[in-house]
Design a protein around this ligand. Structure first.
Ligand code: ADP
Length: 390
């Protein structure tokens, strides 16, 4: 009798133990599963965070970055790359040709796949405003030497190239401007030495030409030195309150002889205005503008200086003439170094082509602006602003 009872107890015990252990196993299993899921979630989060960090890092780069996968499809670009090419669309998965249509770039990508080194290439973009980019390209290989993709880094060289071009143009212009009076001086000196000096009338005329061209060289060198000092920021402004009406009177009295030569009336219509500035530099601004108004104004015309105080703490001055004026297309360019509407006329008048450029530099160094308006046939008006003295 005892054996059946013991067997039943053992069976019940086994069943209980089975369920207890099964429950325990299930709990452990669930725990393990949840731990794994947790780990995967954390892994995913870490990878998302790493990707986000990577994107922030890439977006903070000044250089454009383009990463292609092994099928030459775009895998990643940074913000600078999109800005360089003005791209607003999603680029991932597209090819470079679909996005940029630059055959040169496509050829570079193909070339870099076979050459196991960083390629350096200069790309000139065929746009209205010329742009130059330097591209560094390299293929990316994995540990077993298989190509995983390609990386391209773009540096914008446009500003550098523009500066180089401006410098080259400036050197060419200066050489040309110096050569013209120098060759005239040389030519007349040689003619005098060859015998012309024995004829008093001719020698006097030649010596006057030599004198005029020496003065031109002198003016040119003075203007070049002023420009170079202003551009290099060496000029220290001695800022003080400057009364503009008396300053204009002084300039008028200095320039009375050339004005009288052309029977031009000089009118000072400035109210009592005080600007905050360097008096010697401001004299140069007024003198250059009034001198131009006389040089390019009409015979028996008028040159007027006037101005007003503005609401923004500045004063606005104008210098006006009633000469032939300036064609609309030249208005933006006359402040450039050596730009002249009529080269021969400017040279005849002893111009260096640097006067307005000096005006603009000085005004800008006083935190002001300079511009011109003109209705051809009705004269030109030059404006500039300066800080008002308190
Ligand atoms: P420049 O020494 O030739 O006078 P500027 O820089 O002073 O050089 O002036 C540049 C050009 O702007 C001049 O050559 C001239 O063509 C034009 N210009 C300047 N002022 C006037 C004006 N008041 N009327 C007509 N043209 C002017």
């Amino acid at each position: 009798m005892i054996w059946p009872i013991l067997a039943i107890v053992a069976l019940v015990g086994a069943i209980v133990i089975h369920f207890v252990w099964r429950g325990k196993f299930q709990r452990q299993h669930r725990q393990l599963q949840s731990d794994i899921e947790d780990f995967q979630r954390r892994q995913q989060q870490t990878s998302v965070d790493a990707k986000a960090q990577q994107q922030v890092l890439f977006n903070s780069m000044l250089e454009g970055l383009l990463l292609l996968d092994r099928n030459r499809k775009i895998y990643l670009v940074n913000r600078a790359f999109k800005n360089l090419f003005d791209l607003k669309i999603e680029l991932r998965g597209k090819t470079v040709m679909e996005v940029l249509r630059l055959h040169e770039l496509q050829e570079l990508i193909e070339r870099v796949e076979t050459e196991k080194q960083v390629l350096d290439y200069e790309l000139k973009l065929p746009e209205l405003n010329e742009r130059w980019l330097q591209v560094n390209a390299a293929a990316i290989f994995n540990s077993v030497g298989e190509r995983e993709g390609t990386i391209l880094v773009f540096h914008d060289l446009t500003r550098l190239r523009q500066l180089e071009r401006t410098r080259e143009e400036f050197v060419a212009n200066v050489s040309h401007e110096l050569r013209t009076p120098l060759s005239l001086i040389k030519g007349y000196v040689e003619t005098l030495l060859d015998g012309a000096r024995h004829q008093p009338e001719i020698s006097e005329r030649f010596l006057k030409i030599i004198e005029r061209n020496t003065q031109r060289l002198d003016l040119l060198i003075q203007d070049l030195l002023t420009i170079s000092a202003l551009e290099s920021g060496q000029v220290k402004l001695n800022i003080q309150a400057v009364e503009l009406r008396p300053l204009t009177d002084k300039i008028f009295s200095d320039l009375k002889p050339p004005a009288d030569n052309k029977n031009i009336t000089l009118l000072n219509q400035l109210p009592d205005l005080k600007a905050s500035g360097d008096i010697h530099r401001l004299e140069q601004v007024f003198a250059n503008l009034v001198d131009n108004a006389i040089k390019y104004g009409r015979v028996q015309g008028h040159v007027t200086v006037g101005g007003r105080s503005l609401d923004n703490g500045k004063v606005e001055i104008f210098v006006q003439d009633d000469g032939p004026g300036i064609p609309a297309e030249a208005l933006d360019r006359i402040f450039e170094r050596f730009y002249r509407v009529d080269k021969a006329r400017s040279r005849d008048q002893g111009g260096t082509g640097l006067g307005l450029s000096i005006v603009k530099h000085i005004v800008q160094s006083h935190n002001g602006e300079a511009w011109a308006k003109s209705e051809p046939g009705k004269g030109a008006t030059f404006f500039f602003t300066l800080p008002q003295a308190k």
